[in-house]
Design a protein around this ligand. Structure first.
Ligand SMILES: Nc1nc2c(ncn2[C@@H]2O[C@H](COP(=O)(O)OP(=O)(O)OP(=O)(O)O)[C@@H](O)[C@H]2O)c(=O)[nH]1
Ligand SMILES: [Mg+2]
Ligand SMILES: [Zn+2]
Length: 358
């Protein structure tokens, strides 16, 4: 059993609880989320639950729904909880869903640190542009990024890897570690204070679950081998979950993101999700985002059961990754265009000066 402080409670949340006091409500922290089912830790113990009808009725966005790390106000009935409210998050790691700027997907809530895990295994699991992007996303959500270069045992030139990471994360803590040999883990774990929450993110196969197992000192989490052909992970972790370390800190494991999501093209999205691509042709609106528009043929597939929710969500994830990538590419093109224009006008001014002199 854990006290509220041990679970990470603080005055920021206490203030929000006033209206619910003395009304038969309880409060707890979400430690596991899987298909809209939640596991919640309260000072009285562990309880499973779901959001209440009232909650569903008043929630507007997906981001309003609870996620791992959230503090929730619950009404408890025997060993089942109905979540009535998600307390305002002190921080969150989220990404934008495609189609709308307000469609946020919250990966973990109320986290102090986010470990951006890379794999030094010679595959494409150490990618500076990816790291840069994760840093930006972390900062935006109010957590502190920590760069974790895992699989040091497989890396021939660790100093080079460190230098490369420093080139995009100058002022941030960077740890070169190995979940296998435990190299660097002791120093790494000193970043974790009692009551603090640390989430792990990164591509599938970089060793997030292995690192958490190493920190826990037991094999609590399933880990999976990489595909031999391209050293990509196989998406072993399928849900988010929070674990308690002996030091009193909490760590959150999250499912890896596909490398493809970062470097894919629109064609690869359509190829991967052929049935969605086909159905989309029948949507009422040409620019349907398949999220909440009327007459959406993709959502029809969800309703009639021919498209699984998880596959649909993966599709949305990959699409939003692509949007991000496209906007980055456009940004770069704009930057290059401006630089060219500047150079050209400089050249023109120079030749005009020369003309005057002659
Ligand atoms: N040599 C070596 N292998 C490692 C290390 N850390 C993890 N691995 C291996 O890498 C593979 C993937 O590890 P996981 O912990 O499942 O990776 P993950 O990031 O949790 O992957 P997803 O759950 O798919 O997102 C497993 O075969 C691990 O044994 C390490 O430090 N050194
Ligand atoms: Mg995992
Ligand atoms: Zn649609």
């Amino acid at each position: 059993m854990f006290s509220m402080q041990e679970l990470g409670w603080n005055p920021f949340f206490e203030d929000q609880l006033q209206p619910y006091k003395h009304q038969g409500f309880n409060v707890g922290r979400v430690v596991k989320e899987s298909r809209h089912q939640y596991r919640i830790y309260t000072p009285q113990g562990v309880v499973n639950g779901d959001v209440s009808g009232h909650f569903q009725y008043t929630a507007i966005n997906r981001a309003d729904y609870p996620t791992v790390g959230d503090w929730v106000v619950i009404r408890q009935c025997d060993d089942y909880a109905q979540i009535e409210k998600v307390l305002t998050r002190a921080s969150a790691f989220s990404r934008n869903r495609a189609g709308s700027e307000t469609q946020e997907q919250v990966i973990a809530a109320n986290i102090d640190y986010l470990c951006i895990v890379c794999g030094l295994d010679g595959g494409r699991n150490f990618n500076l542009r990816g790291v840069e992007r994760y840093i930006a996303m972390t900062m935006e959500g109010g957590a502190k990024p920590i760069i974790v270069l895992n699989k040091a045992d497989l890396c021939a030139d660790k100093d080079l890897a460190l230098l490369q990471a420093q080139s995009v994360a100058e002022d941030l803590p960077i740890h070169v570690v190995s979940a296998m040999t435990h190299e660097g883990l002791e120093t790494f774990s000193t970043s974790f204070h009692p009551g603090s929450t640390i989430a792990f993110t990164g591509h599938s196969g970089v060793g997030k679950s292995s690192l958490i197992n190493a920190l826990l000192g037991r094999s609590a989490l399933k880990t999976g081998s990489l595909r031999e052909s391209d050293l990509r992970g196989k998406h072993t972790t399928s849900h988010k979950e929070l674990f308690f370390l002996e030091s009193g800190a909490m760590v959150i494991d999250t499912p890896g993101m596909r490398e493809l999501q970062l470097w894919g093209s629109r064609q690869s999205l359509d190829d991967t999700y052929g049935e969605i691509h086909e159905a989309a042709k029948r949507c009422r609106f040409n620019d349907c985002t398949h999220q909440n528009e009327p007459g959406c043929a993709v959502r029809e597939l969800l309703i009639d059961g021919s498209l699984e929710m998880e596959r649909y969500e993966n599709y949305l994830d990959m699409r939003s990754e692509l949007h991000f990538l496209e906007s980055k590419v456009n940004e770069k093109k704009n930057h290059e265009r401006k630089a060219k224009e500047k150079a050209l006008s400089k050249l023109i001014r120079k030749s005009q000066k020369n003309d005057k002199r002659q």
